[in-house]
Structure formats: C-alpha cells, structure tokens
Design a protein. Structure first.
Length: 240
C-alpha cells in the first residue's frame, strides 16, 4: 500500500457526493434499516449498526433520518427485504471495479450495473474475477492540521492500539487494520485523536495508472454506478 493515498481519492469524490446528499442519505437509511433489522437497534450490541451509524454521521446525516430508519426496522411487520450483492468487472485499461449493492430487485440492479459498464468502455465479469485483487481492511484517517504528533509517535499509537500499517502525508495519517481488529483500533485511537474517517473498505493490492482519457471514462462509470439507488459502494484499482 506504500505510496498510495486513499484519502486523496476520497476527497476527490467527496465534492461530487456532496452534490447528491439526498441520495446519499437515502442509501444510508437503507443500510441502517438492514443493520437494525438483522441485529437490533442498540449499536453497542450490534457492530454492523454501529459501523453504518459512524458512516452516516461522517456524511452529516440528520439524526431524525437515522432514528426514522431504525424505528422503521424495529417496528412490527415484515417491512422491506434487501439482498447484498457484489458485482465485479473491468474498466478502461483493465482497471478492476468492485460494486457493492443492497437491492430489493436483483434483475433491475444487475441490468443497471451491466449498462453502466458496457456503455462506458467497461465489461462486467464473473463472480471472483476481480475480488481477489482487493483486501478487506479497516481504514482510519487522522488529519495532521493542528496536531503536534510526528510519524514515529503516531506509529507507536497505532501499533499499541492493534493497527497494522500507517502512511503519512503532509495532510493526514492513514491507518490500516485487520478487519477483525478495526473496531478495537478505532475505539482506542478515538480516546486520543479526532478521526476524520473510519470505515471498513476494500484496498487494491496493485494500482493501475490511467491516461487522462481513461480516467474520464472510469469516472463516468463510477458516477453512474454511485448515482444508482441500489449501489452502496464502488471500489476501483485506479490510481486517481
């Protein structure tokens, strides 16, 4: 992972996502609903719910929206049923793309995803075709502005908390953990630092450098996918 700043990719996409805030909240409501429905409304005993609540608060989702989704999930009755689906494919220059979706209609979602790939220089692959190129990791970001901590001190904090790796840039410390240790590491670091980002994510093992024209094609695929109501997350192996 050395030399790769996931934080830069996050910042680059954040502006576009801010413009779609209503849609982002809609997707988060669905994730909250599913987590609360399957594991209960108490985040202290439902790790899945706590993770999505952290994501919702990072996105500045109003508490009323959060509570409405939890209440809906825990009210009597059948409610909605969603399936978690992963689509795998290739973008321009063979860049790997992973698409995580939460859908109540697999046919609709698979058609939309396939069209997004096929019409923009990509191709949808079989299950397992690119997932092996990514590692599941806990990912934590601590911004350096106003923080009087050097890289060695932060590395010590991360190792003591149970983290695996750290990358430092002028702006941030990026911390990676084993997925099973993510919650413990996050909670420990939160005692001492303010976290700008904390999530479970997919990290590409190898990055693909794209030409400007291929970057534009890939961004179009990702934009269309992220704009789909059923798509939760999109990961790529592109160095953006």
């Amino acid at each position: 992972m050395a030399g790769h700043s996931k934080w830069n990719n996050i910042k680059n996409r954040k502006g576009a996502q801010d413009a779609k805030r209503g849609k982002v909240f809609q997707k988060l409501s669905r994730e909250i609903y599913m987590a609360a429905k399957s594991g209960g409304s108490d985040p202290s005993s439902n790790p899945s719910l706590r993770l999505v609540l952290d994501k919702a608060r990072t996105a500045n989702m109003p508490n009323d929206n959060i509570q409405r989704a939890i209440k809906k999930a825990t009210s009597a009755g059948e409610g909605e049923n969603y399936d978690e689906v992963v689509y795998e494919g290739y973008g321009p220059a063979g860049v790997a793309i992973l698409v995580h979706a939460l859908t109540d209609n697999r046919n609709r979602t698979s058609t939309n995803v396939r069209v997004a790939f096929n019409k923009n220089g990509g191709s949808l692959g079989e299950s397992g075709s690119v997932s092996y190129m990514f590692d599941r990791k806990g990912y934590i970001v601590i911004e350096r502005e106003g923080l009087d901590v050097d890289e060695d001190t932060m590395m010590l904090s991360v190792l003591e908390a149970g983290g695996d790796d750290i990358e430092a840039s002028e702006e941030v410390f990026e911390i990676y953990t084993d997925p099973s240790a993510f919650t413990a590491v996050r909670d420990e670091l939160e005692k001492e630092y303010t976290l700008a980002q904390a999530e479970l994510t997919m990290v590409p093992q190898t990055l693909v450098t794209l030409s400007e024209s291929d970057k534009e094609k890939l961004e179009k695929i990702v934009d269309i996918l992220e704009d789909d109501d059923d798509v939760s997350e999109v990961f790529t192996s592109a160095d953006m």
